[in-house]
Design a protein around this ligand. Structure first.
Ligand code: FES
Length: 133
């Protein structure tokens, strides 16, 4: 089990709303290099989908610490590697609005589509009933 895990938003969108996208990708690469140079131990860096505060991006969060960062740049990679390897928080990049915002893009894992069509589950129940006859 990794001691710390950095999740960096690399979400892209075409709607015009700000997204971390390629800037997140660049940050992931920079932190991975910084960890290799520093000797990051068992820390992990993973790209992820939208974290919520898109206007403040690129955004990232470190677990299990629950520390949220915003406005990150590749130049912050060494500081993030320090957090991952030694627990030193990069205080100048702490997020002022951590966590998902209400009404934010739910992303591709949203299951609301299933809930919006309860008749589908009723159809499945009917089918099972027909099989038993
Ligand atoms: S697109 Fe990165 S936090 Fe939403």
């Amino acid at each position: 089990v990794a001691a710390r895990h950095l999740f960096v938003c690399t979400n892209s969108r075409s709607s015009g709303k700000p997204a971390c996208g390629p800037r997140g990708d660049a940050l992931v690469a920079a932190v991975q290099i910084a960890l290799l140079e520093r000797g990051g131990g068992d820390a992990l860096v993973t790209n992820c989908g939208c974290l919520g505060p898109c206007f403040d991006g690129p955004n990232a969060v470190v677990y299990p610490d629950g520390v949220w960062y915003a406005g990150l740049e590749p130049d912050d990679a060494a500081g993030l590697a320090d957090h991952l390897a030694a627990g030193r928080v990069l205080t100048e990049k702490l997020s002022q609005r951590p966590g998902p915002e209400l009404g934010s893009d739910p992303g591709p894992t949203d299951r609301a589509g299933d809930r919006a069509h309860p008749e589908r589950s009723a159809e499945r129940t009917d089918d099972r009933g027909a099989d038993r006859r």
